[in-house]
Every structure is written in structure tokens, then in C-alpha cells.
Design a binder for this molecule. Structure first.
Ligand SMILES: CC(C)(COP(=O)(O)OP(=O)(O)OC[C@H]1O[C@@H](n2cnc3c(N)ncnc32)[C@H](O)[C@@H]1OP(=O)(O)O)[C@@H](O)C(=O)NCCC(=O)NCCS
Length: 180
């Protein structure tokens, strides 16, 4: 397990999937805002669920997020789009509603940055988020990510096009402890 100050990132367990599906995936608005793909219902137990991990998929590393104190499941975290030529990857995360606003998101970004830079030897990490997602923007910026641009009307979300912000962090600018 990878450890932050409040949360740990571990492999996805079979019994994580129904919890993540009910509390995260089945929230249509949150899913539509966070995933960039159309929501559709997934049959319980389906192998097509995005939450089922394909261990052979080298460029996509999904974790389950747990509280260090007690091990309760609190969300998902993913290093995706890993490009070993350009040595870059993207970060994605989603916390269960009861786990938001406690500093866990900031901690998850710190742990994924450690995984990307130290374990995987990457040079650049990138986050795309809706321009009104204040908690995600702040979680990224607390870890040293800088806003590199606005992707105008790039996301179709529940009936409207919204802007996304592109944030990046280079390994030489990374400070392992989140900064204020
Ligand atoms: C986005 C998300 C991962 C952030 O994680 P979090 O644990 O809620 O965020 P934190 O508690 O670490 O807060 C980070 C900062 O944002 C601020 N913040 C938290 N919730 C906020 C809110 N609703 N509005 C404004 N600011 C907020 C915090 O005060 C903190 O700022 P500070 O460092 O200056 O004190 C989480 O809210 C979530 O899972 N949301 C739904 C899914 C999603 O949007 N995923 C990202 C898709 S790109």
C-alpha cells in the first residue's frame, strides 16, 4: 500500500466494487462531471464496470483509497494515460460523499504524485478538471500543480458545454509535502 498522511492507496478488492458503484458511480451528476464519458447504468457484478480492474492494462493504474486509521474505503484514485516515451501521465480521483472536504483529496494527489514520479519515474503529471471544481483545483494546487490553460467548452456535462482547466506538475518542481 502507498501511504499519505491521512489515506492509503491499495489494490481494488472485489468487495470495494458494490460500495464504489452505489456511492460514487451511480451518482449521475458527479459521474458526468468527473469522468468525461456518458453515464449509463451498470448491472451489479458486470465485468464491464469501469471499477473492475484489468491487471493487464499497463497504462492505467487504478487504486482504491482507504483511511489509514481503520482502513475504511473512501474512494478511487487512478494514474491513467501513462506514456513511457514522453514520461507523462494523468491523475484522476473520486471520493465518496462522506469523505469529501477532510483533506483526503489533497492527500490522494500527493500520493499519486509520489507514485508517478518516484515509483514510475515520470517527468510530468497532468490533471484536467471542470473550471468550477474548486475542491479539485485546490487539491492540485496545494501539491504544486499549476494552471496551464483553459480548454474552452471541452466537456459536455448534463446538457451544457463546460470549460476544463488543465493543470501540470513537472518532477523538478515537485515538493513531496503539499504546500499551501
Ligand atoms: C474533488 C475531490 C477529489 C477533492 O477532495 P476533497 O477531499 O473533497 O478536498 P480537500 O478536503 O483535500 O480540500 C482541498 C481544498 O479545497 C477546498 N474545498 C473542499 N471542498 C470545497 C468545496 N466544496 N468548495 C470550495 N472549496 C472546497 C478545501 O477547503 C481545501 O482548501 P485548503 O487547502 O485551502 O484548505 C472530492 O471533493 C471529490 O471526490 N469530488 C467529487 C468527484 C470529483 O469531482 N473528482 C474530480 C474529478 S476531476
Amino acid at each position: 500500500m502507498l501511504r499519505g498522511s491521512k489515506v492509503g492507496l491499495r489494490a481494488r478488492h472485489e468487495d470495494d466494487i458494490p460500495v464504489l458503484q452505489a456511492e460514487l458511480y451511480d451518482d449521475v451528476v458527479t459521474h458526468s462531471r468527473a469522468n468525461g464519458q456518458p453515464w449509463r447504468p451498470i448491472t451489479p457484478g458486470s465485468k464491464d464496470s469501469q471499477l473492475v480492474v484489468d491487471d493487464k492494462e499497463q497504462g492505467h493504474v487504478p487504486f482504491s483509497v482507504v483511511e489509514l486509521d481503520g482502513g475504511t474505503l473512501v474512494g478511487t484514485a487512478t494514474l491513467w494515460g501513462i506514456d513511457n516515451h514522453n514520461r507523462s501521465a494523468h491523475i484522476g480521483l473520486g471520493l465518496l460523499p462522506s469523505a469529501r472536504g477532510k483533506g483526503y483529496g489533497t492527500d490522494v494527489v500527493a500520493v499519486l504524485s509520489h507514485y508517478g514520479f518516484v515509483v514510475r519515474g515520470l517527468q510530468r503529471l497532468q490533471i484536467e478538471t471542470l473550471s468550477d471544481n474548486a475542491a479539485m483545483l485546490r487539491s492540485a494546487e496545494r501539491n504544486g500543480f499549476v494552471r496551464e490553460g483553459v480548454l474552452r467548452s471541452s466537456a459536455w456535462v448534463m446538457g451544457e458545454f463546460l470549460d476544463e482547466v488543465l493543470l501540470g506538475l513537472l518532477v523538478q518542481d515537485w515538493k513531496p509535502d503539499p504546500q499551501g
